[in-house]
Each structure stands twice: as structure tokens, then as C-alpha cells.
Design a protein around this ligand. Structure first.
Ligand code: SF4
Length: 342
């Protein structure tokens, strides 16, 4: 038995044709699954009883179990979901002016072990399936209820999205398909720690927005913070970013967690300006949010401002993320560290 929320439109079309049904039935079904969010096959009232019975022989519809929802005073809500195998994942709803963003986890745990990240410390369990990605969006809208609907998606929670490439690509297709959730491409952002080949593939196969968790300007420092840099060093990462197709006024978001005495000097800021030269980007500077057991410290405000000034003077668009709610637009996995105190 398979969850219908694990199917893309193309897969559904194949199944419908195998069942000897007309192709338009696939569109109807897709709409019931991802637009009208049918809780069960029998809710699909304009699908014939005979087809519903045939579908029920191989398929079902199931959501994830939300175990807990915690809200912070700034309106941010973190929720914990339990998956069918008992794994637990977190997602965060972030209200900002004119939008409601959902930060989605793409893996249970993460294998990459970034030193500033709590998720990385707990190790990796497994990739999330398409239905487990989709169910985070559905649960978020259920939690919001009358208070709104998710308008933006960031794949920035637990896990490295590009290491769960196939399911994440399907998820972006379902999200941006007008027959499904119908999000516009520029309202879906994937954040990576720098999996260079995945960035190239994503650029060729999708047109969602890209964010990169950079956090250092030399291989030496980046190796020490993000072990993935040993596999894909800055030269490879920058090459992939330069090749990423950006239409119109789009840009890449560069996330840079500022850590006291590690990557927050004026020399770092100047190197960062040089490294990003020629890449249409905006830079989010995120003063590190310490968590229990972390050896890193948050820089004072003055060096953060000075760092930002160097970049601004060099012509970059920068944003300094000071407040708790806004900090979600930070590196992936900072999520748990950041919201654990909610
Ligand atoms: S920051 Fe992201 S890629 Fe790095 S360990 Fe945490 S979840 Fe994984």
C-alpha cells in the first residue's frame, strides 16, 4: 500500500492510465490530493465509486501525527511531527509582514555535522519521503486554521535537502504545480550547505530559489565549521553558484552565521565581498545563537555592524538578522538550536 501523497502528477498519470482511466482523471486526483487536501480516498466525491474502490486496493492517504506545537511571543510556531516509523521531525511557521513562511525539514537528522548546528550533533536517521515533506505543509495549514495559510516555503530545517535530491525535487514540483499547491517558484527556497553537484543539477531541473549556508571565506575555516567543505571546497561551490541560472531580478541568498573570533573579522568581510563578486546575491548575516554544549560565542553588535558595513560599501544588499523570529532565514539546522528555547 502506498500513500497517494507520495505521488507526483506524472506518476499519478501513469497509474491512472494503467487502470484504464482517461488522463483527465489524473488531474482530478492530483487536485484532490494536493489542492483540496482530501483526508481519504472516499472524500473525492466526483471520482466514481468504481475508481475509488480500485484505488483503495493499492493506495491510502495519511498525514503525519503532530505531537506538539510551541509558540513564541513573536508569533513563530514550532511543531514536532511523528512519522510512521516513529522518527520525529520539526517544522517552523514564521509570520512576517505580508507572508507566512514554513521552514521544512528534509531529513530526519543530518549526516553533515556542521559544528554550529544542533541537528548535526545528533547524527542522521533517514531521508524524508515526499508524503512526509508534503505533510509538513498540510499540518502547518491545519495549525494555522482560521489564522491564515502558508505563503512561502523554505527548505531549511533539519537535514541537507540536496542529499535527499529525488524526493526534494518531487516536492518542489508538487509545491509549484498549479494543479497542486500552486506556490510560485520564487516563494520556494532551497537552502544548502554547499553540495556543489546538487546545486548544478537543481539549476538544470528546477527553478526554485537558492540559498547557501556559506559561513566562512577560507577553506581552512570552512573545513573546521562545515566538514562538507572538504568534499566540495569553496572553489567548487563558487563555480556552482556562478553557473546557477537566475532569471530576471532573482538572486541567490547567502547565509553567513557570524561566530565570535572565528569568521567575523573585517578581513573576512573583505574576503567575502571578493568571493561573491559577480554573483547576483543578497547576504543574510546571522549572529550565532549559542546553544547548550556549543563552544562558539555570539559576536557583540559592533563587529556585526562593522562586518555589514564593509559588504554594504562594496555594493551588496545585506540583512542583519537579529530578532528571534527572523533568524529562521539562517543556515539550515540552526533551526533546532534557535527554537529549542520556545
Ligand atoms: S547546518 Fe544543515 S547541513 Fe549542517 S549539520 Fe545542520 S542540518 Fe546538516
Amino acid at each position: 500500500m502506498k500513500n497517494l501523497r507520495d505521488l507526483t502528477y506524472a506518476e499519478l498519470l501513469d497509474i491512472i492510465q494503467e487502470l484504464g482511466e482517461k488522463p483527465y482523471r489524473a488531474e482530478q486526483l492530483f487536485g484532490w490530493i494536493y489542492k483540496k487536501l482530501a483526508p481519504q480516498i472516499d472524500s473525492m466525491t466526483d471520482i466514481s465509486k468504481a475508481l475509488r474502490e480500485k484505488l483503495k486496493e493499492g493506495f491510502y492517504i495519511a498525514g503525519s501525527k503532530v505531537l506538539d506545537v510551541k509558540a513564541s511571543p513573536d508569533g513563530t510556531q514550532k511543531f514536532l511531527s511523528e512519522l510512521e516509523d516513529g522518527s520525529r521531525i520539526e517544522s517552523v511557521i514564521i509570520p512576517e509582514t505580508g507572508r507566512l513562511t514554513l521552514c521544512v525539514s528534509t531529513q530526519a537528522g543530518c549526516a553533515l555535522g556542521c559544528k554550529f548546528c544542533m541537528t548535526g550533533k545528533d547524527g542522521f536517521t533517514r531521508n524524508l519521503t515526499l508524503s512526509e515533506l508534503v505533510n509538513q505543509v498540510i499540518s502547518a495549514n491545519e495549525i494555522l486554521g482560521e489564522n491564515g495559510r502558508i505563503t512561502n516555503i523554505v527548505l531549511m530545517g533539519m537535514g541537507e535537502p540536496l542529499n535527499n535530491y529525488d524526493n526534494v525535487l518531487k516536492f518542489t514540483q508538487v509545491l509549484t504545480d498549479g494543479k497542486g499547491f500552486g506556490f510560485s517558484h520564487n516563494r520556494v527556497t532551497l537552502s544548502t550547505s554547499g553540495v556543489a553537484p546538487g546545486i548544478k543539477r537543481l539549476g538544470a531541473e528546477s527553478n526554485v530559489s537558492l540559498a547557501v549556508s556559506l559561513n566562512a571565506t577560507t577553506d581552512e575555516v570552512r573545513d573546521s565549521l562545515m566538514p562538507i567543505n572538504k568534499k566540495y571546497p569553496l572553489s567548487k561551490l563558487m563555480e556552482a553558484l556562478r553557473a546557477y541560472p537566475l532569471k530576471g531580478k532573482r538572486h541567490i541568498t547567502i547565509e553567513y552565521v557570524l561566530i565570535k573570533d572565528v569568521n567575523d573579522t573585517i578581513a573576512d568581510a573583505k574576503r567575502l565581498a571578493g568571493l561573491l563578486r559577480g554573483i547576483p546575491c543578497k547576504i543574510n548575516l546571522i549572529p550565532f545563537n549559542p546553544f547548550p554544549g556549543s563552544k562558539f560565542k555570539r559576536p557583540e553588535n559592533a563587529p556585526v555592524m562593522a562586518f555589514g558595513k564593509v559588504l554594504r560599501d562594496a555594493g551588496y544588499m545585506i540583512m542583519i538578522r537579529m530578532s528571534k523570529g527572523a533568524e529562521i532565514e539562517a543556515a539550515c539546522g540552526q533551526l533546532r538550536a534557535r527554537y529549542d528555547s520556545l
